[in-house]
Structure formats: structure tokens, C-alpha cells
Design a protein around this ligand. Sequence first.
Ligand code: GLN
Ligand code: ZN
Length: 786
Amino acid sequence: MTTTHPSPLLSRSAGRTVLATAYGYPRQGRDRELKRGQERYWRGDTSIDELLTIATQVRAQRLETLTSAGLDELPVGDFSLYDHVLDTAWLVGAIPPRFDRAVPDADPASTHTAEGGWQRYFAMARGTGDEPPLEMTKWFDTNYHYLVPELSGSATFRLDPSKLLAEVAEAQRYGRPVRPVIVGPVTFLSLAKSVDGDDFDPLALLDRLLPVYAELLTQLADAGIAWVQLDEPIAVTDLSPAQLQYLARAYATLTAVERRPKILVGSYFGHLGEAAATLVDAGIDGLGVELTRDTASATVAELAVLPRLRELRVIAGLVDGRNVWRTDLAAALATGGTLLGLADQVDVAPSCSLLHVPHDASRENDLDPEVAAWLAFADQKLAEVVTLARGLSSGTEAIAAELEANQAVLAQRAASSITRNRAVRDRAAAVSADDLRRRSAYPERARRQHERLALPALPTTTIGSFPQTAEIRRARAAYRAGNLASEDYQAAMRTEIDRVIALQTEIGVDLLVHGEAERNDMVQYFAEQLDGIVTTEYGWVQSYGSRCVRPPIIAGDITRPAPMTVEWTSYAQSRTTRPMKGMLTGPVTMLAWSFVRDDLPVAETARQMALALRDEVNDLEAAGVAAIQVDEPALRETLPLRTGDRPDYLRWAVDAFRLSTAGVTDETQIHTHMCYAEFGDILQAIIELDADVISLEAARSRMEVVGELAEAGYPREVGPGVWDIHAPRVPSTEEILGSVRLACAQLPAQRIWINPDCGLKTRGYAEVEPALRHLVAAAQQLRTEM
Ligand code: GLN
Ligand code: ZN
């Protein structure tokens, strides 16, 4: 067994106490108690008091976990009944006037004292009958969604610290120092959306917002708080000179507040770049920095040149807060030791809030024990942080047993046949440029595909899923639980496929789908069938509000032991003479919505995933499927935060898609699908995917993307969504006609498809049926005009 190599700098820690802390912990409760409470309240089945009682219990559970794990300082304020950015908006009184009007009897003074306050809070999160909620978008490059604050030029702010102060008082009963963790003013304003047009930058409100933060600081000092953490993750993105100035101004102002706790600025999801010096020069008292694998060296280099750093408290984010693997403790100790050489007070924490990982890996009973030993969820990460703090305070001898056990796990993982499959590695290494190229250029492919498919002009299709009825869900659940025999399950799904085909045929859709009834989730469905990926029983992570997901865990080299969709798709094709579109989830999306390996570059994992999917694509083709759609809705959301990192990402992402799809003959039509509002920064990548047809979300942005594609010289076919499936309404034939005409004005009609924005699984047949009829009617009408 290898022995550990503590950094020589470790000796400097002698006599210095390194504290263990964290920025946040999962908030739904170990058994998602909060989720159930929220949903009961929203349905009107319980009172706000009952929900608040559950919330109090969940917070107590969290505080007990954090204290008994041995944290020296407790984070507080990260708990939320919906979302921490919404809580920040409430804290500073950034309540859009439209919600004052929607819930007029609310007591705006406090969320904690009046039910009306909560009604308004949840109205902002979920909307009311007439008032749509705040927009929701991804929190940096994670899979967590926050609510986007809305601000106009005339916005004013007003402090409502009731939630935070109550939680502070609650946490203080645990007898340890308590550190409130709050979204900082620059990040808050940077994430906000202007409701005064594009010319208004919410950051211009900084001077109006800072007094509210200043007042909060004083109230926290009065509550006995010694340290407050203001999170500025925006500082790990490329900041403009103006943004850097705002950052400098914000912290110069806040550090000048007379009665206040010490201010620690939290950063995560990357390294700080120039912002590190800006913040330190502004006079902050402490800095939380990300020091996990990818960013450690950049962060250390940035900190090493800061003259004032020695006077600061640095929280070293040494344990990856958003992935699920055990930390290499020896490596983390070495990094921690380096930091101890740079700053006089160094403490240890996970790199970001543990909100992004599940609670407890030891709860998983059905996992391969080999893989289970490699995992660290929130509770295991807390233990790692405490161990590291002890090792850095007292020297490695103090944690010799933990280090030895850790080394053994890491060595076992590195040598495992799960993480190293020779055949997979050899195949991936042998991928050549030819494997990424279709046989012929698009015009030749298009000619052959059109001949084979014989579709009319402006062909109609859907994105894949049809409504997931209660009946379908019941059948799937019963089959999983072993209460429905395999043949009966097959029969139920086939009946559903028949129904969906009959409906599409009767309505007159041109390129059919089988409806995806057998899929619980577009990523999990494939993850369960691929080797090298595990799925969990209790591995829930909050996605937004009460919604939780269980991301699959990519643990090893990926193989496809058997075809995954061929049976369903060929059954569907056998039931109709119209062409059927096969339906797969693309390699980038598979990775984006899973926990990825930290022992293999993600580009390598993408290549393995692509090879598994390539086999599936080729098998579908061999089974006679003439069109295959490979969905990549996540291509844009995993775009790196810093622009400098993007070309590399887009290169491997595009290559992975091409590797998945380029194995087919010219006659097979490759489709892809993406859904999000803005495509601007990935247009070139979209073109390079070389898919024959791409369907895109476009309804809400009024076909904007078609113009962008035209301008970028997009040479192939496109189906801009003409029906916003996120809204519970049916578009009229006229509306669809208008959209398609708009599209045809910008790209040749011969290259336009007519389809919805996204899959239909969340909609009901009451909307789907008429909407599809209108879609087909619009196509027919337009064809007569051609
Ligand atoms: N084929 C998938 C569906 O229709 C695509 C879903 C998505 O883009 N998120 O459900
Ligand atoms: Zn979609």
C-alpha cells in the first residue's frame, strides 16, 4: 500500500486550528418530507402552519446532522421553502409589482408572520391563475434551477430579514458559531432580468441595493454573528471591467459598514481570475475558494500573488460539493497544506453547497458494493471535511487510519474492471476522423432520404413522447415492483404504441413516433440499460422547488450489453406503413444529467457513450428504421462558464454526437432536437453536428432562431417549434400558419418541418389532439399555396 505524501508545508500548520464547515446541505429532508409537505400545501390539503412545522423539522434534522458530523461552524440561511435566489429576492424586498397586485392582501413585511406573505412568495415561484411565475433557469452550470429576479429601473429595495434571523436563532441553539450564507449583491443583480428592456442593466441598481445589505450586516452583528458569507459565484465567470468595478464598489461599501460581522466572500464552480484581487483589495475579511481537481492549480496560482491574503481567512473548498465520489484525501491535504503557506487562517469545506448531491450513500442497498465504496454523498463529504480539518490542524498522524482506508478505496477503484474495460478503451482509442463523417455530403444524403421517405413538403412530426397517462405510469410502476408480468407489461406498452400510432395516422402526421411510453425519463431509461452506469434508490437531488431527480452515476467504462430501443421501435414500425422515427438520448445529454466520473476526462466518457449509442443507431437502421432522432437538449447548458473553455467543450461534444450518428448510410435521416430559448452562442456547433434535420424550441421567441440559422448559413433542414408545449394552451391553425410563414420567409420552405417545441409527455390529450390537428391543417393549407 502506498503511504501518503503530505506537503512539507503542512508543518506550518502546527498549532493552528483548521475548522471544518460547509456552505449548505440538501434541503428536502432525508425522505423528501419537505417535498411532500409543499405539494400537500399547494394542493390545499394542509395549512401553511403544517408546512412550516415540517420545514422546522427538516431544519432541525439538518442542524443535527451538521453538528454531529463535527462541523466547527454551521452554515445557516441556505435552507429554503422553494429556492435560495427567491429567498434573496424576498430578503431584499425585490418583489415585482405584478405579484403585489396578484396577491394583494399579503403582508409584505414578513414571510414569517403572515400567510399572505407565503401566498405571495409561492405566487412568485409558481404563478397564480393569471400571473405567470418568475422565470426559471439553471444555476450556473449545475442542474439546479433558480427563479430569476425581475427588476425594473424604478425598483426599490427593503430589508425583510425575518426568515434569516429566525434561522440564525434556531441554529445558535446548537452551541457552535453560526455563519449565515447569503447570495451576494453582485451575483444577485447579475442573475436578475431587466423588465425595462435590454438597455437596462440591473447592476445599475447596486447603489440602491447596498444599503439593504448594510442594514442586514448590522442586524446580524446584533444577533451575535461573527462571520457572514456573501456568495459571489458570478465572480468565476468572465467579468467585464464594469462588473469588476461593481464588485469592488460593493465590497468597499459593505466592508465600510461600522457595525458588522466579518465578511467572507464565497466562490465556487470555478476559479476567481481577476476577481480575486478585486475582492481582496476591496477589504473583505475572508474568501471561500474552489480547490477541487479542475480548478485547484488555477486557484492556488491566483491566491499566491495576493499580498493581503495572509491577513485573510480562506475557506478551502477541498471536497467536490457537486459530484458523488470519495475525495483523494492525501491530494486534498497537500493542497490544503499549500494554502496554509499562503494564509494565516485556513478552514475546510466542500467546494459548494451540498445541495447538489444526495444525502447519504450508506443508505443505498442495491448498489454493487464495489461501486458503493467509491461514493460520497453529503454525509460522507461532511465526514471528509472534518477529517481533512483534523489532518491539517494536527498533522497526518492524527488521521492515519482514515488516510489508509481512503488510499485503499482509491487503489481498488483505479484497479477495478468496472473503471478499466480494455475492450472499451481500445475501441475508443481507435476512433478515427472517418468515424465522425457521414458517407456523403448533405445534398446527396438529402436526395436519397427524400426518395426513401417520400414525405410531402413541410412534413409534420413530433419530438418523441406522447402524454404519459396515469395508466402508463401505473403499468410501469407495477412492472418495476414485480407486480406485473413481463408479457403483460409488454402487452400494455404495445397497446399504447398502437393507440399513439392510430392517433397520429388519423390526424395525418407524416413522420411518426412510438410515444416513449416505456421511458420513465429520457436519461435514466438508457442509463439503466448501459453497463458502467448505476442508478440509486435514495439519491434524490433538488432540481427546482419540490421537484427532485435521481441522476444516474457513471461509475465505469460504458458498454451496451444489448440493444435498448430496437424492439419497441421495430414493433411500432411493423404497425404502420408510414415511416417511424427512432428516438435516442444523445451522449452529451446523457452526461449532463448524470454524475460523471472524476477519474476520466469527461470527453473520454462522452466518446464511450457515443460508441454505445452508435451501436444502437446502427441497429435501428439495420431493423429498417429510416429516421433516427438523437436528442441533445443539454448541449448548451453544459457550456463552460468561462468562454475560454468553450471551444474545447464544443469540439468534444460535437464529435461525440457525430460519432453516435455518422455510422449510418446516406438513406437514413438523422434528426436531433434541442430546446432552450437562446442558441446564439452554439449556432456554429449546431451546424457542425451535421444532423440532417434539427427540431428546435422557437415558439416563445417567435421563430427567432430561424433567422439566426439563416444568417449563419445553416445548410440543412429545420423544424422550428410552432407550439409552445410548456404552456397549457392550444395554438390555433392561424397562429401556426403565421409561425411557419415566418420561418419560410427566412429559409427555403423545402427545408422547413412543422413540429411542436418539445416532447408531449407533460401535456394531456385534451390539448395534444386539437393542437396536432391544427398543426397538420396548417401544413396542408400551406402545401396548397406552394
Ligand atoms: N424525445 C424527448 C421527448 O419527446 C425529448 C425531450 C426533451 O427534449 N427534453 O420527450
Ligand atoms: Zn425538448
